[in-house]
Design a protein around this ligand. Sequence first.
Ligand SMILES: [Mn+2]
Length: 428
Amino acid sequence: MTIRKITSNSVLTPSDDAQSTVSARIPADPVEPLLKSLQDSPTYRTQSSSYDTPRSREQIQKVEVLQRSLERHQGERQLIVLQDFPDPDALSSAWTYKLIAQKYDIQCDIVYAGTLSHQENIALVKLTSLPVQRWALNTLKNRNLAAYQGYVLIDNQGTTSQLTPSLEEAGIPAVVVIDHHSAQGEIKAEFVDIRPYTRATATIVTQYLQAGLLKLDNNSSEHVKCATALMHGLRSDTNALRQAQEEDFLAAAYLSRFYDAQLLNAVLQSSRSKQVMDVIERSLKNRVVQNNFSIAGVGYLRYDDRDAIPQAADFLVTEENVHTAVVYGIVHDEDEDLELVIGSLRTNKITLDPDEFLKEAFGHDSQGRFFGGGRSQAGGFEIPLGFLSGFAESADYAKMKWTVYDTQVKQKLLRLINPDQHYRNGMS
Ligand SMILES: [Mn+2]
């Protein structure tokens, strides 16, 4: 387990009862007076807690550091880079950062290299006019990277985007990293706020709003849409608030003053495509359940249907006696003519750390980059097929290739799931 380093001068959140005493004192407009009173509050100088609430001194300091970074970069242009397959948490948090930065005269463009494939993400972007652009890797040479003085990573640490190596090459510095996934390696940026114990990046950026970096205005349709997107992001990373912690509820409570419930409903009502249903069906048919883990390979799927994999994992984890589901398949990226094994993990088991589990199961490549990683209760992995990439002429060859990868992925997972049983061959 990765434990957040606690330094002797950190002021962390108190025990639950102390928190409730304080929550009772929250005034109608909780922001500065609350933070001020809490900073002085002796009840806050207590021991460690597994997560921070917006009230810890550490977080107040974070907001001040971010503010200074924004001031330093006034008049500049920044590129906000999302993971290749951005989710609602990433999309909404990036939009929030863009709106905050605008106040400091920083112009941001939000980009991702992969695809928006979940029906809800497509609906979210369309219905809220969320300002995001697809920058496929092969279009990068036509972009004017020199226009950007820095890049920003939100809800990721650069390891899940194909764009970061090119930005590094172009000499663009990472200015800001805001994420809640476990640390994916060393990060060099001016401002880093990584909170592995926070359920959603949307919670972190909502706390920035609450701390006064941007005052949301009910009369601004852009603000209302952004608050709606944040509410969706927060819900989607907390399993519709079922796994939310106090700080997520507090963030949601704040957003409830601004968001449009009808708009959120419209986003949530988007329906699944036939392709997604087919992948779910395959995962159901192919699943192997061992030691409460459900594992399913779904074979080949189109790049645009990539998001069917986490949806299938979401479904498999609902089976009785299953606490963890892993679904994977081979995805073909036509733009890049590249094939990848892509997988998702979902777990209800509190003691299972998806980040640790996936890193241990699949290890890393020759550059030390892990094939998988995660956050609380969810994770994913991507393994490039390399030399074996590319569509095969014969169906037999494609089948053989799938069998090899299917066997290898299962082998690596089962080694962890059944540590006592040496997993040999025979994948039935
Ligand atoms: Mn997230």
